[in-house]
Each structure stands twice: as structure tokens, then as C-alpha cells.
Design a protein around this ligand. Sequence first.
Ligand code: MGD
Ligand code: MGD
Ligand code: SF4
Ligand code: MO
Length: 674
Amino acid sequence: MSSELKVLGACPLDCPDGCAWVVTVQDGRAVRLRGNPEHPYTRGALCVKVNRYLEHTQAPDRILHPLRRTGPKGSGTFERISWDEALDEIAERLTGVIEEFGGEAVWPYSGTGTLGYLQGLEGMAGRRLWNVLGASHHDADICSQAGNEGLRRVQGSPGGMDPELFAESKLILLWGTNTLTTGHHLWKFIQDGRHAGAHVVAIDPIRTRTADQADEHLAPLPGTDAALALGLLHVVVSEGAEDREFIQAHTHGWTEFRKRIMEFPPARVAGITDLPVDRIVGLGLRLARTRPTAIRATMGLQRHAGGGAALRTIAAIAGVTGDWRYPGGGVVYSTSGHSPLDRTALYRDDLLEKPVRTLRMTRLGEGLLDLDDPPVKVLWVTAANPMGSTSHQNKIRRGLLREDLFTVVVEQFPTDTVDYADIVLPATTQIEHRDLHDGYGHLYLTWNEPAVAPPGECLPTAETFRRLARRLGLTEPALFDDDLTLAEQALGSGHPALEGITLDRLRKEGWVRMALPRPFLPYAEGFPTASGRMEFVTGDGPDRMPDFVPPADPPDYPLTLISAASHTFLNTTFGNNPELRRRAKGPYVMVHPDDASARGLTPGQRVRVFNDRGSFEAEVEISDRVRPGVAASPKGHWPKFSPGGTNVNATVDERTADLGGAVYHDNRVEIAPL
Ligand SMILES: Nc1nc2c(c(=O)[nH]1)N[C@H]1C(S)=C(S)[C@@H](COP(=O)(O)OP(=O)(O)OC[C@H]3O[C@@H](n4cnc5c(=O)[nH]c(N)nc54)[C@H](O)[C@@H]3O)O[C@H]1N2
Ligand SMILES: Nc1nc2c(c(=O)[nH]1)N[C@H]1C(S)=C(S)[C@@H](COP(=O)(O)OP(=O)(O)OC[C@H]3O[C@@H](n4cnc5c(=O)[nH]c(N)nc54)[C@H](O)[C@@H]3O)O[C@H]1N2
Ligand code: SF4
Ligand SMILES: [Mo]
């Protein structure tokens, strides 16, 4: 007799859409995965990548057992060992390092492989254990930090408008965001708005597939968006279209900020952005005359020296226009600022005996090679692939080659990072473990129930930490809380948005909208800043107002390289899936016809893309989708599957953006035939 079961779950990946899914299980095997048709944001659809998630979980290269390195670091040669042997060896090394160098010599490096509150980044799985051991804190600044900080300065919170309300917008700015690739579920709401008359504008140096579908596309020079925002505001103010009532009631510092705006007339902004003056004025007039205007500006936009300043300035737009008053008006970078889930309760930073240093995820190379007092002696990598995803790949590689470094990688697949591990621990995938999720592009909470048993000896990451704590002989009870207890703690913040939401209800229903009013207008009546107002001006330092902060990579090389999202990978996740690799067509670099002919490049030619930091090999694609002076090469290829053994991150610097995070697109390169 065959049995069929439908199990409710959630996509764990680092994507704003936070989809709810349904797994069909037959005789203990997952046979079908689809988007949950009941979920108002997922609406039954997943995406090109996650449609292959079941195949991914069942792939022949899944890591199924603990492994110990047998060859030289980087060679990826391992022998199978038991969990007991692995935990014994880890416990011995950890204890030795902590005795000799102190807990801060341990770097728990957590990535975005899963955003889950139990197994992944949002609850920072393992952080309790690291706190008890006094390990360095890990600052996961890789993705969104500059933007979050920029928004926080102005709004008091990075939390944005409800994306579902795009259906009610009349002007939609898709600003440094590639909706159809990086979070396509928003598109349905954009289309609903469009059917009701909304005008859609894409602002992106690249004519992406999203820009193709917009009514209008503006291609500014990379890293000049704050200037463009100030130029648009200049037009709004020149038209007398600022919302004086909103400004008076809900903002702080208008007189001074208005002066800053007046320093950016369209002619000056045209010089900075290299956009025609009439396009800037045209869009400024639309913005002045169209309420409500919705702005979607996501993370790609802020991977620049002035990324924080860009989001800070864009956030100010909705304060000047008063768009926060209206359903369908405002700015949304992320909705995670509205999440009521209790990270503090999961982290348990109170378990730390004394304060510890914080290490930036984006500066791993520096952390491994240049840090002293104490040096990093144990690197513990969970759900991250720094050899593929983190800046300054060659420096990271040199760091990982250090013979005195003990590296543990908790993984599902044999990534480039795994190749440098001393011990590899096999991790479950989302269909094999429990987890609790929110989304950073909607207002729902989602529960993920395991659908099948873990293959081989894979363990949920939270369980791995419980076992390690036991092996270390620790007795702090919080280290042994099981998954359901952790979920209760995350849901226990007492936040009003959790009213009526219990773990039982979530487990039964699979997903639930946060208890927020409809329409949800977070800032119609004020802002969660110290003053309760939108702060055009914060404090009295030189950095007290939104401003344009220019790109910072020295112009020693002529082209700015943008390495944005690939349509078929999610960061480096799926970079080993044969079909998705086939569709990605190998590493390519797109250049404008003018830049191609200046270098004598022809379509399909093999080239080296390089600067002082490193290089990678790619095939040339010639297209006017990129503007002259800009080149594009998507992220996500695995270095070891790429010709030359590096990917685009070999060229990216580990510099920190103005308000934190990486500068992936503030990257100057040259291209030469191989
Ligand atoms: N298919 C797919 N989806 C993904 C991901 C993926 O790798 N693949 N990654 C996920 C993750 S981790 C994240 S954080 C989100 C990110 O979501 P997005 O922010 O949409 O992702 P990106 O493609 O990095 O950047 C968006 C756009 O910003 C543009 N851009 C770069 N610099 C500038 C600039 O200076 N000004 C302007 N105006 N535009 C600029 C790029 O050309 C790009 O088209 O997507 C998530 N979704
Ligand atoms: N050039 C360039 N580089 C970029 C970016 C860019 O725009 N340009 N974007 C950056 C961004 S936005 C981000 S968020 C980072 C992401 O960088 P990372 O956080 O390193 O993410 P991934 O490269 O996807 O690697 C995640 C790994 O986690 C593993 N994994 C998945 N689920 C689990 C699990 O449940 N348990 C465990 N233990 N492991 C799991 C996956 O197999 C995968 O190998 O990349 C950044 N890199
Ligand atoms: S990657 Fe994004 S769009 Fe795709 S299934 Fe996951 S949450 Fe949905
Ligand atoms: Mo990200």
C-alpha cells in the first residue's frame, strides 16, 4: 500500500519572497514540491531555482557523513569518519585553542544558506554555544547592512511599506532592484498597480529583464543614486510639491535638508549620474505630481562605498512627498524591520562572561591573515560559502591555507570552502528539518515541518550544536533547548504583531500574516526615531544629513564591474546543479559595444577580467544592456567549476561601505583577451 502525505513548509533561502511551499511525500520520499496556492504572496509559484530544490536535496554530491581531511588544505580529499570521532576531534581542538588563545580566537562564520530562526542566520544558530565559549561575535554584514543603517538614520527602522500595496501605487520606482530575477512574486502586485494606471520606472545601470518590462528605464552611473534622489527632490521642491503638512507634523530638520536639496539642481545631477537633464526633470515632475508613489530599492543598490547614503537619501524622498500617508506609498528595502520574532531570546548574549570583539563577515581575508591578539585559530563555517561569495577571494584562499588554522564547515555540498576544511559536518536540508521563518519582502510568518528523514548521517544544524555542547561537557541548560522550545522562545517576544499567533497555530496552518492592521501604514503617524519624526537631520556631525558619497575604488582600471544576481543561482547555492549551470551558460562578462571595440573584443571570446586584487576568466557578451564604462558578470559560479579556478569575487575588494557591508559593485577592472 502506498501512502501520500502533504507537508507544509517554507523556502529557507536568502530571498525577499519567503515562499510557503507544500511537499508531497510518497512512501517516505519527497516526490513533488510546489508553492503553497493558499499563501497570498506565494500564490502557488516558486521560482526557476527552487523548482529544482527536491532534485538538489537528492543530488549525488550531497555530503552524507562527517569527513576528515586527508590531503593538503584546498585539495578536497577526505575520509569518512563517525560523528563521535568528528565531535571528539573538534572538542579537543576547540578546548586547546581556547586555553591557549582565549575564546576570541574562534570565529563562528554564519552565512545565508538558510535564513531560518532555528537552523540558520536569523536566530544565528549556535550563537548560544559560542557565547558560553566566549567566541568572537560574527557580524553578518554581507548582504544588507549599509542600506539598513541608512534607512534607520532617517526612519528609525529599516522596515518598509507592505509590498502587497504596490497594487495601489500610481508611480512605481524599481530602484537598483531586479524584481523578475531576485524576488518575482512582487511582480503580480506591480502588474495589478499597472492595470490601475501605475507608471513603472526602472533605475539601474544595466537594462535587466526587469528594466525590459518597465515603462521607462534610467541607467545612471553606478554609485550615483543619492545624487539622483537629491536631483529628483530638487524638482519636487521647485514645483512646490513637497507635502508641507506631513513635513511639519512628522519630520525633523527640513530647513537644513532643503538647503542640501537645493545644492543638487538637475544640471549638476546630470553631470554626476551621466543621465540627460530632461530625463531627470521628467521623472522629478512625475514624482512631484503622483501620489501615491512606491519605491522598491533593494540590496544591489547599496553594494557601493556610498550605499548607506544612497538608501538614506532615497528614504528621505517619501518624507518630502508625504507618501507614507497613503496605502501604496512609501519605500521598501526590506520588511524585516517589522518582524516580531525574538532574536535576542535565541542569541542569549547574556551568556557571555565578558564583552568580545566583533568580526565582519565581509572581511574574512583580513580576519584570517592580518588579525592579532588573538589571531583566528578556529574558523567554524555554517551555511556559508566564503570561497565563492565573499570579497577578495585570493586573500581568503591564502587565509584558509594557513596550516595552524582549524576549519570546520557544516554543509550540504562539497563547495570550494569545504575543500579547505579540516572537518566537514553533514547538514540537513529544509525538507529534513524544522524551522521558523519570516520574509524580508512580506508580512507573513511561516513554519517549516520536516517532510522526510535526513539522508545518511545528516543532522539539523541546531542539533549539531547541542551535540557539540554535550561533548564539551557544558551544563548551561539553554544549550540543550530543542527545536520546538527554541521556536516558542522566538515567538515569545510579546510583540503586538504576534497577538493570536501561537506555535500550535503556525504548525497547523503553515503560515500566518502578522497581526498588523490592513492597510499597514507604518509611518503615517510618525517614526520610531528618538524624536518620533523622520530625521532629515540626525545629530550635528558632518554626517548629519543625507548626501551623495561617490564610489571609492581608485580609477586605476577603466571599467566598473557589477556582479549582481544570477537568474539561475541563489548566491552560490545551486551552483552545482547541472541543469541550472547549463542555463547559466558559464561565467560571462557583458560589455558595451564601444568598450568591446576599444579592446578588439568579439562575442564569445575568452577573456581575463582583472585588477590588482585578482582575476577571473569569462566569455565576452557584447550588448547595449550595459552602459559604456560598465561591465556586468553575475555572481554565483563556483570557482572550482570555473575556468581558471576563480570567480568574480577574486576582483572585489574587502573594503567596507560607508555604513557597513560589502562593495561588490564598487569594483574597477580591465578586460583583456586570454
Ligand atoms: N535569482 C536570484 N535571486 C536572488 C539572489 C540570487 O543570487 N539569484 N540573491 C538573493 C539575495 S542574497 C539578495 S540580497 C537579493 C538582492 O536583490 P537585488 O537587490 O534585486 O539584487 P541584485 O541583482 O544584487 O541588484 C539589483 C540591481 O541593482 C543594480 N545596481 C548595482 N549597482 C547599482 C547602482 O549603483 N545603482 C542602481 N540604481 N542600481 C545598481 C544591479 O545592476 C542589479 O540589476 O536577491 C535575492 N534573490
Ligand atoms: N560578487 C558578488 N558577490 C556576492 C554578492 C553580490 O552581489 N556580488 N552578494 C552577496 C550576498 S547578497 C550574499 S547574501 C552573500 C551570500 O553568501 P553566503 O552566505 O556564503 O551564501 P552562499 O554562497 O549561497 O552559500 C550558502 C551555503 O549554505 C549551505 N546551506 C544551505 N542550507 C544550509 C543548512 O540548512 N545548513 C547548513 N549548514 N548549510 C546550509 C549551502 O549549501 C551553501 O553552500 O553573497 C554575497 N556575494
Ligand atoms: S528563492 Fe525566493 S522566489 Fe524562489 S522559492 Fe525561495 S523564496 Fe520563493
Ligand atoms: Mo543577500
